[in-house]
Design a protein around this ligand. Structure first.
Ligand SMILES: CC(C)(COP(=O)(O)OP(=O)(O)OC[C@H]1O[C@@H](n2cnc3c(N)ncnc32)[C@H](O)[C@@H]1OP(=O)(O)O)[C@@H](O)C(=O)NCCC(=O)NCCS
Length: 215
């Protein structure tokens, strides 16, 4: 069977993790990047930049039925712009790829959307629902019965206890702990190392232990 060719939209950071992770997943191969900051032909993580992120380049690539896309456009405080940019690219859902690294544990009844990266040693427990365009970095732990909406980022080593909600575009920094049944409103940011014990309103920044809203 032909391998699916994975094109990463974006660049370093999340993108490089995805590029290397492609080597560990059966049935796919890293094919290249669309990247606005590097010249065509530049190698990133041993894969070539194929062009800029544009509808023209995307349409050329879509004509090859083996090509699938995954985005790596993560930037703190820019989740709303990122989701708008992704929607504007108009890539059909079935042409996205969600990469689940083989070292991750995702319970069998977890629903994972498209264009989502579940990285090295991540654990996602039973009954959780994971949206599209999300990224879970190394060793993140998502407890049971979470609802995680589109465009969320969960940083390395963060631990989400059971039954919470992350609204659209939420950013959870590295080494964060979130108490069970807590809801984080859309586009909120939780700073690195924070301990979240109460709901966090949308569009706010919560930091510290216990986490407080940054004025
Ligand atoms: C939440 C965050 C984005 C806030 O950044 P910011 O708005 O630029 O805030 P500042 O750096 O100006 O800090 C404001 C104050 O909060 C403090 N602060 C910032 N982040 C903090 C944190 N996580 N915990 C405790 N205090 C923190 C700062 O020391 C500063 O205190 P001061 O006013 O007494 O000097 C940032 O702290 C953070 O967590 N960055 C990590 C980004 C990330 O997750 N990247 C991906 C990694 S995989």
């Amino acid at each position: 069977m032909k391998k699916k060719k994975i094109v990463i939209l974006g660049g370093r950071g999340d993108g490089e993790l995805i590029a290397w992770a492609c080597r560990d997943v059966e049935g796919i191969e890293g094919y290249g990047w669309l990247n606005d900051h590097e010249n065509k032909g530049t190698q990133i993580a041993c894969l070539p930049v194929l062009g800029k992120i544009s509808k023209g380049e995307i349409n050329n690539l879509i004509s090859d039925p083996e090509v699938l896309f995954i985005t790596a456009l993560q930037k703190v405080k820019q989740a709303q712009e990122r989701l708008k940019k992704i929607k504007g690219m108009e890539i059909p859902p079935e042409r996205y790829f969600s990469l689940i690294h083989p070292s991750a544990y995702v319970a069998p009844n977890v629903k994972v959307g498209y264009d989502t990266f579940i990285g090295f040693h991540v654990c996602i427990m039973a009954n959780s629902i994971i949206g599209n365009h999300c990224s879970f970095r190394s060793s993140a732990h998502v407890g049971h019965d979470w609802v995680i909406k589109d465009g969320c980022f969960v940083g390395p080593n963060s631990s989400l206890l059971g039954r919470g909600v992350l609204g659209e575009g939420v950013h959870i920094g590295p080494n964060v702990s979130i108490r069970e049944r807590v809801k984080i409103g859309e586009y909120a940011i939780v700073g690195m190392g924070s301990v979240v014990t109460k709901d966090v309103p949308a569009h706010t920044i919560a930091i510290g232990s216990p986490a407080r809203i940054k004025e």
